[in-house]
Design a protein around this ligand. Structure first.
Ligand SMILES: *Cc1c(COP(=O)(O)O)cnc(C)c1O
Length: 406
C-alpha cells in the first residue's frame, strides 16, 4: 500500500478529470467527424457550467432521491463475507429504478439536453439497460426517443426491448458487424451527424469523445459520494481497502471509483469479461487484449487486428460485450492505479449463483463478474471491500435458467 502510494505520486491529479483537451494521460481526446464539431463543441463549452448550476443540482438531486430511490443502500453481505474471510459491502445499484446504475447518467444528461434546447434524444444500448433508462427518462420528461440496438442483443434481451417500446421509444436494430453494442454505437453516431441541431446523443458509458467520459463519470460519481458516508456509518471510516466493479465501457466502475481515485491507499479493482477465456478468441477483456487505438471518438485501448480492424468481442453478458474501454480506465490500467482482472462466462454464472444462494440477491450477469473477481483477490479479515452491484438479474433469467438446465 505504501509502495503503491509512492509509485503513483507522479500521477496525482490526473485521474479525477482530464486535461483541457480531454486526455487522461495518453488517452481520451475528441476524434470526431467535422459534421459533429458544433454538437461536441457546444457540449464541451457548456457542460460543466450547466451541471453545477444551483437549479440543475436541485432538480438532479431531487430526481435521484424521489424517482431513482437514492441513496442506494450499502449492504453488509455477511454470508458472502464469511465465505471470503473478509468484510464485504454491496453497493446496491440494482435497487435503482429501472434496475441498474445507468439511470443516474441518463437523468443527468436529459436535464442537460433540455437546457441546451434539444427535444430529440438518441442512445445506443447493449444489454438494453441504458436504452430502458433513456426511454424511461424521455417518457418522464416528454422527449422523443430513438434507441439503437444490435440485432443480436435485441434477441438476447427481449424483455428490455419490450420495456423500451412500452415506454414509447423507437428501437432501431443495428444489423452490421457483430450486431452488438459497437455496431449500435456506430448507428447512433450516424444519426447524430444527420440531426445535429435538435438532437442530443446520450452515451451510456464513460466512452466517446471528450467531454462524454468526464461528464458521465461525474453523473455516476454519486455512487462513491454515497459510499463514503455510508461506509463511515457502518465502519467508522470512509475508506475501504478495495473497491471492486465490473467494466464494460466503465461507467459503474468510474462512479464507484470516483471519490477514491486520488486516495491511493484504496485499491481499485476492475473486472473485465474474459468470455470463453482471454486467449480463446472469444473474449472482451480489453486491457489484456487491446492496443492503443481510436474507437467511437476517443483514443483508448481497443481490441484490434494487426492492421487496426476492431475485433468482435464476446461475453455472455451483453453489457460487457464491447471491444473498447473508457479512456479513464485505459489510464488507470497503464499507470497501475487500478488492478485489472477478468472473469470468464462460466465464472460469472457461478458467482451469480453463489450470490443468489448466499444473500438472496440475483445480480445482473455484468455485476456477477465483479463478484467473481473476489476469488482472485487475496483478502484477509482486516480488509473492507465494497463491490458495486451494478444491476439486477431479471433481464438475465434466460441465461440463468439455461445454466440450471431448464
Ligand atoms: C451497462 C451495464 C454494465 C456495463 O457498463 P459500464 O459502463 O461498464 O458500467 C454493467 N452492469 C450493468 C448492470 C449494466 O447494465
Amino acid at each position: 500500500m505504501i509502495n503503491r502510494t509512492i509509485a503513483l505520486a507522479k500521477y496525482k491529479g490526473t485521474f479525477e478529470q482530464p486535461d483541457i483537451f480531454g486526455y487522461y494521460g495518453g488517452f481520451g481526446g475528441a476524434y470526431i467527424p467535422e459534421m459533429l464539431y458544433p454538437n461536441v463543441e457546444e457540449l464541451k463549452s457548456r457542460y460543466l457550467k450547466i451541471m453545477y448550476e444551483d437549479d440543475f443540482q436541485k432538480e438532479f438531486r431531487a430526481l435521484l432521491k424521489d424517482y431513482v430511490g437514492r441513496p442506494s443502500p450499502l449492504y453488509h453481505a455477511k454470508r458472502l463475507s464469511e465465505k471470503h474471510g473478509t468484510t464485504i459491502f454491496l453497493k446496491r445499484e440494482d435497487l435503482n429504478h429501472t434496475g441498474a446504475h445507468k439511470i443516474n447518467n441518463t437523468i443527468g444528461q436529459l436535464l442537460l439536453a433540455r437546457r441546451l434546447g434539444k427535444h430529440r434524444i438518441i442512445a445506443e444500448t447493449g444489454a438494453g439497460q441504458h436504452g430502458v433508462a433513456t426511454a424511461t427518462v424521455c417518457a418522464l420528461m416528454d422527449m422523443q426517443c430513438v434507441v439503437y440496438m444490435g440485432e443480436k442483443d435485441i434477441e438476447r434481451q427481449a424483455p428490455n426491448v419490450a420495456r423500451m417500446k412500452m415506454l414509447g421509444a423507437t428501437v432501431i436494430p443495428a444489423t452490421s458487424g457483430s450486431k452488438t453494442l459497437k455496431d449500435a454505437t456506430n448507428e447512433a453516431i450516424r444519426d447524430w451527424i444527420n440531426n445535429p441541431v435538435d438532437t442530443h446523443y446520450i452515451i451510456g458509458s464513460v466512452v466517446g469523445p471528450h467531454p462524454y467520459p468526464d461528464m458521465v463519470a461525474r453523473f455516476q460519481s454519486i455512487i462513491s459520494e454515497e459510499m463514503r458516508w455510508q461506509l463511515k456509518e457502518h465502519t467508522g471510516s470512509e475508506f475501504p481497502t478495495h473497491v471492486v466493479a465490473c467494466v464494460g465501457g466503465g461507467s459503474n466502475a468510474a462512479g464507484a471509483f470516483y471519490h477514491y481515485l486520488e486516495e491511493f491507499a484504496v485499491q481499485l479493482v476492475a473486472v473485465e469479461a474474459a468470455g470463453c477465456g482471454i486467449r480463446s478468441g472469444m473474449s472482451a477483456a480489453t486491457t489484456q487484449l487491446g492496443k492503443a487505438g481510436i474507437l467511437h471518438g476517443s483514443k483508448s485501448l481497443v481490441m484490434q487486428t494487426e492492421d487496426g480492424q476492431v475485433v468482435e468481442p464476446h461475453s455472455i453478458s451483453a453489457g460487457l460485450d464491447y471491444p473498447g474501454i473508457g479512456p479513464l480506465h485505459a489510464h488507470l490500467y497503464e499507470t497501475g492505479r487500478a488492478l485489472f482482472l477478468s472473469a470468464t462466462d462460466e465464472e460469472a454464472i457461478d458467482a451469480a449463483f453463489e450470490l443468489t444462494r448466499l444473500e438472496g440477491i440475483i445480480p445482473a450477469l455484468e455485476s456477477a463478474h465483479a463478484i467473481a473477481g473476489l476469488d482472485q483477490l487475496k483478502l484477509t479479515s482486516k480488509d473492507t471491500v465494497v463491490v458495486c452491484l451494478s444491476g439486477r438479474g431479471d433481464k438475465d433469467m434466460a441465461a440463468y435458467m439455461k445454466a440450471m438446465g431448464e
